[in-house]
Write a protein that binds this ligand. Structure first.
Ligand code: HEC
Ligand code: HEC
Length: 446
């Protein structure tokens, strides 16, 4: 395996040298096409090898992830409680939906429906559409010009039948949009999350320092994002800003749904008349809390199963490695010893180094999280890519080819050039149309 990779690294050096010659040949760039979303669902079940007790925990935990919340827990079909006073959606599974529970944005955006559910009168903001991605919105700056970066929820519970007395006004996004102050994030899938959590920091660092010469020749560096408190590597979220599935779940419960919990016990809004239940609204006083269940479900959720290989996808995978995509999108990282045997000392085929990289002004969102700055993003894990509908942190495209080319970006006064520029130049200029097609076919087989 290691020998195969180093052989491909040697090819890469040759290809980089060839680049200039092939550009002159003028290879047409328009003919290859994204094969589109692969049908079926290659994910959503438990990871294989769980004990029967673990499987029972997984199934109970999945119900919590799918639970729909209302304010009081008394609305039909919405038995969970604590929603709002502001929210983006009413269940984890609403946003993490495609191609199965735990995934990402579905074809039809459920945020349109929740805007006016149970009597609410929210206006759907301009950046949300029925066929567009689920989005959360962050503001770049506060009104006084200092950095914000936090999530501003789309909707309020005011006027809902179960929100008596809460009159909190919906945020008006239009002036913020006009001022260029809003950036978007789409849901990252959580399939295989337990394997990502189980990778040792030392493994991430060893992978970072591997292939140093070829990375340096291509301008690829990257660094981990760290927890400010325990000093270990954080790895979840578009900027690898979050430590664990449990913490991400607790934060999402408060941020996306407005449900306070044992990880995030304080309400984000304290307007009188809103927040009628005691905090934390979700707790362990009567058994496992929802947040504990979210963690258990995501930890034991299987990674996606790729489609069977074909000659084209095999060739695409080799090219992906040879031209340097794999220098950031590391195909496989081994996991550490783990308390769940199914996660212990096995392979995570995530296609990510879990590092953040400078991606240039074209992708920059000007938000700093931990030590990931305004144009730095975690190498998106590509497992399950074949069944994703929307790509990149803000969901700007449904076209794989556009997503790949968007990696390339010259520097400006604020941001350095993208670390991916040399690799993307090779992709654009040194491959034939049919080689690029093989890479797209490979990516859609994931
Ligand atoms: C409104 C839609 C929405 C809802 C509801 C939602 N999420 Fe997410 N989720 C997101 C977005 C957007 C991101 C990426 C956030 C970022 O990195 O800025 C995300 C990322 C995550 C991640 C990180 C995965 C990774 O590898 O990066 C986890 C874990 C997660 N969500 C768990 C949950 C849980 C648990 C719930 C239910 C409490 C939930 N989410 C509810 C939109 C949502
Ligand atoms: C310098 C590191 C780096 C290199 C090299 C690189 N990528 Fe990426 N890739 C990233 C980062 C970081 C993201 C997330 C960017 C964002 O969302 O703004 C990403 C995102 C993607 C996505 C979108 C995934 C999603 O979930 O939306 C695809 C597809 C992709 N890369 C394919 C490729 C291919 C194919 C190559 C080689 C031609 C490549 N990448 C080379 C770092 C890299």
């Amino acid at each position: 395996m290691a020998n195969e990779f180093s052989r491909q690294m040697k090819c890469l050096r040759r290809l980089v040298v060839l680049g200039a010659v092939v550009v002159a040949a003028g290879v047409p760039l328009t003919a290859q096409t994204d094969p589109g979303v692969r049908a079926g669902a290659s994910a959503g079940g438990p990871i294989s090898g769980l004990t029967s007790a673990q499987l029972a925990l997984f199934n109970a935990a999945k119900a919590a992830f799918q639970e729909v919340d209302s304010v009081t827990g008394t609305e039909p079909g919405a038995a969970g409680k604590g929603l709002g006073p502001r929210f983006n959606m009413n269940s984890c599974a609403g946003c993490h939906a495609q191609p199965a529970v735990g995934g990402t944005s579905p074809f039809t955006n459920p945020q349109i429906g929740v805007a006016t559910e149970f009597g609410a009168v929210n206006t759907v903001p301009s950046f949300i559409s029925a066929t567009g991605p689920v989005r959360e919105a962050r503001f770049i700056r506060n009104p006084d010009g200092t950095p914000d970066g936090g999530v501003h929820d789309l909707f309020s519970i005011a006027h809902r039948g179960d929100a008596d007395g809460c009159t909190i006004a919906q945020t008006d996004f239009a002036p913020q949009i006009s001022a260029g102050n809003v950036i978007f994030r789409i849901p990252t899938p959580v399939f295989g999350g337990g394997l990502i959590e189980a990778i040792a920091d030392s493994t991430i660092i060893a992978n970072q320092t591997s292939n140093a010469a070829v990375k340096q020749s291509l301008g690829i560096s990257g660094h981990p994002n760290f927890s400010g408190n325990d000093g270990t590597i954080t790895r979840f979220g578009w900027k690898a800003q979050n430590k664990s599935l449990l913490i991400f779940g607790g934060e999402a419960y408060n941020v996306e749904q407005g449900v306070t919990n044992e990880a995030f016990p304080d309400p984000r809004e304290t307007q009188p008349g809103c927040g009628l239940l005691g905090h934390p609204e979700d707790n362990s006083l009567a058994g496992n809390s929802d947040v504990t269940n979210f963690g258990l479900f995501m930890r034991m959720l299987a990674p996606p199963t790729p489609a069977p290989a074909t000659a084209s996808t095999n060739n695409g995978r080799n090219l992906f490695n040879q031209i340097g995509c794999a220098l950031c999108h590391t195909p496989t990282l081994p996991t550490n010893i783990n308390s769940i045997a199914a996660l212990s000392q096995t392979s995570a085929n995530l296609l990510s180094d879990l590092l953040v990289h400078n991606m240039g002004p074209g992708l920059a969102d000007q938000v700093t999280q931990g030590n990931a700055t305004g144009d730095e993003f975690r190498t998106a894990p590509l497992w399950g890519l074949g069944q994703r509908i929307f790509f990149l942190h803000d969901g700007r495209t449904r076209d794989l080819l556009v997503a790949i080319r968007a990696h390339g970006s010259n520097g400006n006064a604020q941001f350095r050039p993208s670390e991916a520029n040399a690799v993307i130049n090779t992709f654009n200029n040194s491959l034939t149309t049919s080689q690029r097609q093989d890479i797209l076919n490979y990516l859609r087989s994931l």
